[in-house]
Design a protein. Structure first.
Length: 207
């Protein structure tokens, strides 16, 4: 069966419902004090993993669509990507509001002095750039440059789990699993990267 527009709308509706359910879960756990002895860490962990998981799902759509031979599935990537950025915004908001107490002058110093925060900042900026250029109107305006910009998502894909790995002091198994999944998602695009390297080699031949 080939997916039709009504099926894509249903999938998008499901994505909205699941995302809103997790947002409600975040609020519930916060109000009920379910984030343990260190609620700030709990909030940071929840929002960070939500952003990372949604990013993974976004990047899994294309290979999944090819495997199922359902090209229409790629139309759900935009809403998934926007939810990933929304969670990343909440993740940053938790850090600024609860960790730094809105001491804006500390942000630059923290990012420079803590490598894991530097990686997180790069990932956040990539997701921000992709979010503000995700509309069809901007896509048409940018032309081929739109795709070149959106290829930076692969940088966020590999840096985000490293950011997670470097941020934890114990319990390394989970972030390592995320890193392995990230590498697997990149490996699925082997032919894309191979084509890029071939194009780069052709454009920059050795003397």
């Amino acid at each position: 069966m080939t997916l039709k527009p009504i099926h894509i709308r249903a999938i998008k509706a499901l994505i909205h419902l699941v995302s809103l359910w997790f947002a409600a879960l975040l609020i519930w756990n916060t109000l009920e004090g379910n984030f343990g002895a260190d609620p700030i860490q709990g909030l940071s962990h929840f929002t960070g993993l939500a952003a990372l998981n949604t990013l993974f799902i976004t990047l899994a759509v294309s290979p999944f669509a090819r495997w199922l031979k359902q090209g229409q599935l790629v139309k759900v990537r935009r809403v998934l990507g926007l939810y990933s950025f929304a969670w990343a915004v909440l993740h940053l908001a938790v850090y600024i509001a609860l960790d730094l107490n809105f001491q804006w002058t500390l942000i630059a110093d923290e990012i420079v002095s803590r490598p894991y925060l530097s990686l997180g900042a790069v990932c956040w900026l990539v997701l921000f750039a992709l979010a503000i250029t995700s509309s069809h109107k901007i896509q048409r305006t940018m032309g081929r440059y739109w795709q070149q910009l959106h290829n930076w998502v692969y940088l966020a894909l590999i840096l985000a789990p490293i950011h997670y790995l470097w941020s934890v002091k114990s319990g390394l198994i989970e972030p390592v699993i995320y890193l392995v999944v990230s590498i697997a998602l990149l490996a699925m695009r082997y032919h894309t990267f191979r084509r890029w390297f071939a194009q780069f080699a052709t454009a920059h031949p050795r003397s």
